[in-house]
Design a binder for this molecule. Structure first.
Ligand code: ATP
Length: 221
């Protein structure tokens, strides 16, 4: 990776942000020696269909939780780009804007292997991989990086896989995709919400900075 590729972008619903997100962001930052990781909470995530009994917290609330949770980490930032844009949040629009801002550098989009496998259902998937490098992290229970296995169909022809199957280069855009093995935490926002709904403790699942606020908000009760 050259000196220019040092800004990580971590998109998510963060409903709510949990320790699994923070661990993944920290490990990508360290592993790829990024200068900063920018968390980008979505306004209206097009992929998350939530039932009435399993709500998405208001965007500004999720943003405040992200802000508070990342506060102790000197290299973590938050960007309100998707909230400011409003409407459905498409990662391709976000990466276009961020790439434009930091040109000639290229952002590194950090994504879990579970989300990566679904990327062909996102808006303009081919464009995504030309706009940013991708750091694809393991996520428990998956603990080894098999890019070959995870590569979504719609971009297979656009990239060349390395011999060890852990990275790929875009044929024309000069971007790359890498698998990043992390010692992840087996936590999901759905699990956090479910536990809160059932009145169970979430002590080791949420960052200390927001635990009280999330429970007290009653959003997921
Ligand atoms: P939900 O359970 O509501 O689907 P989630 O926990 O998957 O939510 P998101 O905000 O949807 O959280 O995820 C944003 C990004 O963070 C995705 O790329 C996802 O793969 C990644 N991610 C979430 N939890 C973890 C984890 N425990 N370890 C590694 N990556 C994670």
């Amino acid at each position: 990776m050259n000196r220019e590729s040092k800004l990580g972008v971590f998109g998510g619903t963060f409903n709510p942000i949990h320790v699994g997100h923070l661990r993944a962001a920290e490990q990508v930052l360290e592993n790829l020696q990024l200068d900063a990781m920018v968390f980008v909470p979505s306004a209206h995530p097009p992929h998350k269909v939530h039932e009435e009994h399993d709500p998405v917290a208001p965007a500004r609330t999720r943003l405040e939780w992200v802000r508070a949770a990342i506060q102790p980490h000197p290299r973590f930032r938050v960007d309100t780009i998707e909230l400011d844009r409003g409407g459905a949040s498409y990662t391709v629009d976000t990466l276009r804007e961020i790439s434009r801002r930091i040109t000639p550098a290229t952002p590194v989009f950090s994504i879990g292997c579970d989300a990566f496998e679904e990327v062909c259902s996102w808006r303009e998937p081919q464009a995504l991989f030309a706009l940013a490098h991708f750091a694809v992290t393991t996520r428990p229970p998956v603990d080894t990086g098999h890019l070959e296995q995870w590569l979504p169909k719609c971009i297979r022809d656009d990239v060349v896989l390395s011999d060890d199957g852990r990275s790929a280069c875009h044929r024309t855009a000069g971007t790359w995709i890498r698998s990043v093995e992390i010692s992840g935490l087996n936590v999901s926002a759905s699990e956090v919400r479910e536990r809160l709904r059932n009145g169970q403790p979430v002590n080791h699942l949420l960052p200390a900075e927001i635990r009280e606020a999330v429970v007290q908000s009653g959003v997921y009760r």
